[in-house]
Design a protein around this ligand. Structure first.
Ligand code: GN1
Ligand code: MG
Length: 340
């Protein structure tokens, strides 16, 4: 437990000794539940990943203003202000934290159980993108530069490969080969961007199924969460990460590859759910790219997990040695199933 939490709570006018427990399955930040008369979620931002956390704050402020003006009923889960009215609190070492309201009677789901969930989670992220369609994208900043830039992710993988230890290289021989084999997807991505087929808009960019809160029925969605990468992007990033985390009955953590399969009915449900919100916002040329979204994002995550394993696990939180290799293997299996 991070003892600095007790320095943070008073900055929100909360008692420093409230009970705090770690929660969540995020790979980047550190998240805690604050118990008491009212429950909160407290989070420390990983500044190795988000090197300019104030950009998160400014993007969220812009989005929040737009939504309040044009879609006042939308539940936007932005951080609460500190007693000084700022969007983040800093501990004595200068590390940034935020506090959120805890939405009661909600739950997160790591593996989609029904096609209704698939439809609803996609519609939830589609709705957010549609509501933000008219914002001025030039006022939003990338909170992580080149986040879903596939050619750059490929370069990073190659760089990791140049620096890898012999032991790790041997453990990952077939995953390295697989990542190299799918290189034509990089070329396709580059053509797509160069030909300006896709509209640059403000998207969530991390649309894993567990970045949505469901109600107790586990069917209806309540709100999209984890908005740190709400920033300029393309629709294929959001649709692609939905495909990545919804079509398989098991999550990216599953090591039994026989369980990693594509459930076509879940795929169809999520595309339908996404289009229920976004159909009119996408151009005919964009709609043609729908089948590319899933493979593209699964490939990005294969490269990123594998690169992190090759580098010695410096980016994602891991609980056991080799976890990033398991994740990369899982994603490459999904990629093979999707591109069959
Ligand atoms: C990270 O923060 P979290 O766990 O929701 C990552 C995403 C990956 C995801 C894979 C800032 O998301 O890009 O898709 O892990 N976020 C960042 O589970 O790198
Ligand atoms: Mg998350």
């Amino acid at each position: 437990m991070d003892s600095a939490v007790h320095e943070i709570l008073p900055q929100y006018d909360l008692r420093p000794d409230l009970p705090i427990t770690p929660i969540g399955s995020g790979h980047i930040n550190w998240t805690y539940r604050v118990s008491g008369p009212i429950e909160f979620v407290l989070q420390r931002i990983n500044t190795n990943v988000f090197t300019q956390p104030e950009l998160i704050e400014s993007n969220l402020r812009l989005a929040s203003e737009h939504l309040q003006t044009h879609h006042a009923d939308y539940l936007f889960v932005a951080p609460l202000p500190t007693t000084l009215g700022t969007g983040m609190a800093y501990d004595a070492s200068g590390r940034p934290w935020r506090l959120f309201r805890c939405l009661e009677q909600t739950t997160t789901i790591d593996e989609a159980e029904t096609t209704e969930q698939a439809y609803n989670v996609a519609a939830e992220f589609g709705r957010l993108a549609r509501y933000l369609e008219k914002v001025d994208v030039t006022r939003f900043h990338p909170t992580i530069p080149r986040f879903h830039d596939l050619p750059w992710r490929y370069e990073q993988f190659e760089e990791a490969l140049r620096g890898v230890t012999e032991d790790r290289r041997q453990q990952a021989t077939s995953e390295i080969e697989a990542c190299q084999r799918y290189y034509p997807l990089v070329e396709r991505f580059t053509r797509l961007i160069n030909d300006r087929v896709l509209r640059l808009g403000v998207y969530h960019n991390d649309t894993k199924i567990n970045n949505v809160l469901f109600d107790q029925s586990r069917c209806k969605t309540v709100a999209a969460i984890d908005l740190d990468t709400l920033m300029p992007g393309y629709f294929i990033f959001d649709l692609g990460d939905l495909v990545r985390t919804v079509v398989s009955p098991v999550s990216e953590e599953e090591s039994d590859l026989s369980r990693v399969v594509v459930r076509r009915e879940f795929y169809n449900a999520l595309v339908e759910g996404y289009l229920s919100q976004m159909r009119d916002s996408l151009s005919p040329q964009e709609r043609e790219q729908i089948p590319f979204a899933g493979p593209m994002m699964v490939y990005i995550m294969s490269l990123r997990f594998l690169a992190d394993f090759l580098r010695g696990d410096t980016y994602y939180h891991t609980k056991y040695p080799g976890q990033n290799l398991v994740r990369a293997r899982n994603q490459l299996q999904l990629l093979a199933q999707l591109t069959d």
